[in-house]
Design a protein around this ligand. Structure first.
Ligand code: SAM
Length: 244
């Protein structure tokens, strides 16, 4: 199947979303400024610093071009970012190795502006790998923190990933999950959409045998399509503590 994330246009869109200056992502001061800096906020607004051990390791599943992974490197000693898209992982590795990367973002009608993505990593070690959240290797290990932002409604079978979570998060570890539940047939066959109109409730049912819900926040985000068109969505941000 053609993977739409392999597309250059999407690469530019995600480099802008993760690293672009606020003024390029949302150039209108009357626009939703509260939707900026999403890859940083899913960590900052959800993490429980007190429960992170000093030598903590984190998994950023569906990391795209790595914005949240580099953010995690400020609070975790080791971070593994995994994404299905090779072009996103290549970009994340290039940023890791060179510190910056040029990209283009749409102005209007086939015209683009130039941008330069720059990382501001922490002291933690970051690695990126291509991988499938629905078919992860059994020997991936377990983590003090697992972060999955805007991922589950992009998976063909979200249950395959959700079922792996108790094994991926260490006991006492935290799961930071954010999702706008934007179910689309092109990514997830409708028979695999969570719940029937109440995905949040279904998510709670699925995770509650192993996790306690500790935090719940609405996290708005804005993605630029062009100078005068934007996607505004509200992700449901949650933090879960693994107890069993
Ligand atoms: C909507 S984006 C979210 C990216 C990033 N976490 C963020 O918050 O900006 C969904 C990401 O999931 C990735 N993805 C889609 N299917 C995947 C799969 N089966 N395994 C791992 N990553 C996948 C896509 O390549 C894309 O980077």
């Amino acid at each position: 199947m053609n993977n739409p994330y392999e597309d250059d246009k999407l690469l530019g869109e995600y480099l802008l979303f993760h690293y672009g200056p606020d003024i390029d992502v949302m150039p209108w001061d009357f626009g939703p400024q509260n939707g900026l800096q999403f890859p940083r906020r899913t960590i900052e607004e959800l993490v429980d610093h007190a429960k992170l051990p000093e030598d903590s390791c984190a998994l950023d599943m569906g990391c795209a071009v790595g914005g949240s992974s580099f953010e995690l490197s400020k609070i975790c000693q080791r971070v593994l970012g995994i994404d299905y898209s090779k072009s996103f992982i290549d970009a994340a590795n290039s940023l890791k190795n060179r510190g910056s990367m040029a990209y283009r973002f749409p102005v209007e009608g086939g015209h683009y502006a130039d941008g330069v993505a720059q990382i501001d990593p922490g002291p933690g070690e970051v690695e990126f790998e291509v991988g499938d959240a629905c078919d992860l290797p059994q020997n991936l290990g377990s983590f003090d923190l697992v972060h999955a932002a805007n991922l589950i409604c992009r998976l063909p079978d979200p249950l395959l990933f959700l079922d792996r979570l108790p094994g991926l998060v260490k006991e006492g570890g935290q799961l930071l999950l954010a999702t706008p539940f934007t179910w689309l047939e092109e990514f997830t066959p409708s028979k695999n959409w969570l719940g029937s109109g109440d995905s949040e409730q279904k998510l709670k049912e699925l995770l509650s045998p192993n996790f306690i819900l500790e935090e719940r926040k609405d996290l708005p985000f804005v993605i630029r399509e062009h100078r005068r068109k934007f996607q505004f969505s509200v992700s449901l941000g949650t933090r879960w503590l693994r107890v069993h």
